[in-house]
Design a protein around this ligand. Structure first.
Ligand code: SAH
Length: 269
C-alpha cells in the first residue's frame, strides 16, 4: 500500500478464510482500518499495527453518516496514511462502496478496489445452496429489501422480477419480508415455492431456515431469526438437501440425493 491511498476492500461475509490475499496484504500494511458493522472483528487481529476505526451502528447509537465516513477517508489519506476501508461482503454490492469511491476520486484521492465474496453468493454456498444450477435458473436477481428511506423499494417491479428470474436473492429483507413475500405471491409465485433464510452466514453462528413463500414469515418468527440474513427464493434451495456440506461434515446423511428430480446422474448430458 502507498501512503495517501485508500484501499476499498471487501471482507467477505464473515469467515476470515474468505478474505482475499489482497485484503490480507492490506490488513498487514495499513496504518488505519475503517470497518463496518458487518465486518467480523476477529479479522482485525490481522492488522495489529493499524489504528482501528469503527464506522457502523452499534448499541443503538445512530450510524455514522455516509458523508462523514467518506470525508474521514479523504482526511486520513491527505494525512499520508495508508487507509484500508473494509466493508462486509463485496464493497460494490449493496454496500455504498460506489458512493465512497466516487467521493474519494472527486477529492483527488487515489483508490484501489478489492472485491470481496458477497453474502448473496458465498453465504448461500455455506448453506449448500448453489446460486445458479443448470436445472433451475439461467438468471439470478439480487434485490435489496429496503430503500434509502427504509421502506420496501417502491422502484422494484416485483411482477417483472417474479416472471423474469427463477431465483431471487434478497439482501436486507428481514424487516419487510411479509410485504416482499406477499408481492411475489401476488405476482404469481407459488405459495409452496422453496425459500431459505441464512443468518450470519459463514460464521460459527450461521443458521439456515428452509421454508416456503407461504410460510416464511411465520417460520422466521417461530425460529426467532435476526438479521443479517440472506433470503433466497427459488428451487435452488432444494439443492441443500444434497449439498448441506456443513451438516454432512458433522455427520448428517444427505436427505435426498436427487432433490430436483433429475432422475439421472448429475454428470450425464
Ligand atoms: N456488501 C455486502 C452487503 C451489504 S448490505 C455483501 O456484498 O455481502 C447488508 C446485507 O447483506 C444484510 O442485511 C444481509 O442481507 C446481507 N449480509 C451481509 N453479511 C451477511 C451474513 N454474514 N449473513 C447473512 N447476510 C449477510
Amino acid at each position: 500500500m502507498e501512503p495517501g491511498w485508500v484501499w476499498l476492500c471487501g471482507a467477505g461475509p464473515g469467515d476470515p478464510g474468505l478474505l482475499t490475499l489482497h485484503a490480507l496484504n492490506a490488513l498487514q500494511q495499513a496504518d488505519v482500518v475503517i470497518y463496518d458493522a458487518l465486518v467480523q472483528e476477529d479479522i482485525l487481529t490481522w492488522a495489529p499495527q493499524a489504528e482501528h476505526i469503527y464506522a457502523g451502528k452499534r448499541g443503538g447509537k445512530p450510524s455514522a453518516k455516509q458523508r462523514d465516513i467518506s470525508l474521514r477517508l479523504v482526511d486520513l489519506a491527505r494525512e499520508g496514511k495508508r487507509v484500508l476501508r473494509l466493508k462486509g461482503g463485496d464493497p460494490f454490492v449493496f454496500g455504498r462502496g460506489g458512493e465512497e469511491a466516487q467521493t474519494l476520486v472527486q477529492h483527488g484521492v487515489p483508490i484501489r478496489i478489492i472485491p470481496g465474496i458477497s453474502a448473496g453468493i458465498g453465504g448461500l454456498a455455506y448453506a449448500g445452496i448453489p446460486v445458479t444450477h443448470r436445472d433451475v435458473n439461467q438468471s439470478v436477481t439480487f434485490v435489496t429489501g429496503h430503500d434509502q428511506s427504509g421502506n420496501t423499494p417502491g422502484s422494484l417491479d416485483w411482477q417483472a422480477i417474479s416472471k423474469g428470474s427463477q431465483v431471487i436473492v434478497i439482501y436486507m429483507g428481514m424487516k419487510h419480508i411479509a410485504q416482499i413475500a406477499g408481492a411475489l405471491i401476488d405476482a404469481g409465485r407459488a405459495l409452496g415455492e422453496p425459500v431459505a433464510v441464512v443468518t450470519t452466514a459463514t460464521t460459527a453462528e450461521q443458521q439456515v431456515l428452509e421454508t416456503t413463500l407461504g410460510t416464511v414469515v411465520a417460520d422466521i418468527e417461530t425460529a426467532g431469526l435476526e438479521p443479517p440474513a440472506i433470503i433466497c427464493v427459488g428451487r435452488s434451495v432444494l439443492m441443500r438437501q444434497v449439498l448441506d456440506w456443513q451438516g454432512m461434515a458433522a455427520g448428517d446423511a444427505p436427505r435426498d440425493l436427487d432433490p430436483l428430480g433429475r432422475g439421472r446422474p448429475a454428470e450425464s448430458a
